[in-house]
Design a protein around this ligand. Structure first.
Ligand SMILES: Nc1ncnc2c1ncn2[C@@H]1O[C@H](COP(=O)(O)OP(=O)(O)OP(=O)(O)O)[C@@H](O)[C@H]1O
Ligand SMILES: [Mg+2]
Length: 208
């Protein structure tokens, strides 16, 4: 049974067709990179999987089930989604993180502060970033915090939208390397870059 199946999926916005007859299967534990040019529909594809968008034709299955509200809720509970632009809203980084961790779905994650202590240096972030206002951070700092949060959530599915777009080459290497090592997780990366395929051995899936 595949984790996620696209069967003849079509999506357009107005008269702009993003894809038609798009079919693929993603097995549990697969590492897959979606590649398409800018505006090619990568973000939309991730949003379709999460049920934030609906297909105009065809069907999307999660564990061979239609994406009903119940199935979408279950999929989202298992998924860490890092959007293309990480935006946690207003507030201090530490307070915002604590807020996410206080959600009922995350309340069991009691060791996250200890893990964060080692994740920050991994992402080349200083501890004092926790005291800063999120909206004052650079794009790359926000992106790294988004990835750190995704890891802290201990989900088994990662949906990563251009997760290294704002990072320098050393950090790109580290991030790709980290996720390559996550054999326990299903990872879908949307990226116009080849790093994930060349360095990370992710399976290429071209869209459309
Ligand atoms: N909600 C929407 N309403 C109308 N058009 C949209 C909507 N969302 C996306 N589009 C359009 O669909 C196309 C694909 O957008 P999408 O964000 O999926 O592309 P992308 O591959 O992620 O691009 P990028 O590499 O620049 O992030 C774009 O032309 C975009 O303007
Ligand atoms: Mg995008």
């Amino acid at each position: 049974m595949a984790l996620i199946t696209f069967r003849d999926v079509e999506k357009h916005f107005g008269d702009k067709l993003l894809f038609r007859d798009l079919s693929f299967r993603i097995e549990s534990g697969a590492h897959v990179a979606f590649r398409a040019p800018s505006g090619g529909g990568k973000t939309t594809l991730l949003r379709l999987i999460l049920g934030f968008e609906t297909p105009d034709a065809g069907e999307i299955l999660y564990q061979d089930r239609r994406l009903t509200p119940v199935a979408v809720a279950e999929l989202r509970r298992r998924t860490a989604y890092v959007p293309q632009l990480v935006d946690w809203g207003m507030g201090r980084v530490e307070d915002l993180l604590a807020g996410f961790m206080a959600f009922r779905a995350n309340a069991h994650l009691t060791g996250w502060r200890d893990e964060l202590e080692s994740l920050l240096p991994f992402f080349r972030l200083e501890t004092r970033i926790l005291q800063r206002d999120f909206h004052q951070l650079s794009g790359g700092e926000k992106q790294r915090l988004g990835l750190a949060l995704a890891i802290l959530l201990k989900r088994s599915i990662f949906l990563l939208d251009e997760p290294t777009a704002s990072l320098d080459a050393t950090l790109v290497h580290k991030v790709v390397d980290y996720f390559r090592g996550r054999a326990d997780a299903t990872i879908l990366v949307a990226s116009h870059r080849l790093d994930w395929i060349e360095m990370g051995q992710f399976r290429l899936l071209k869209v459309p």
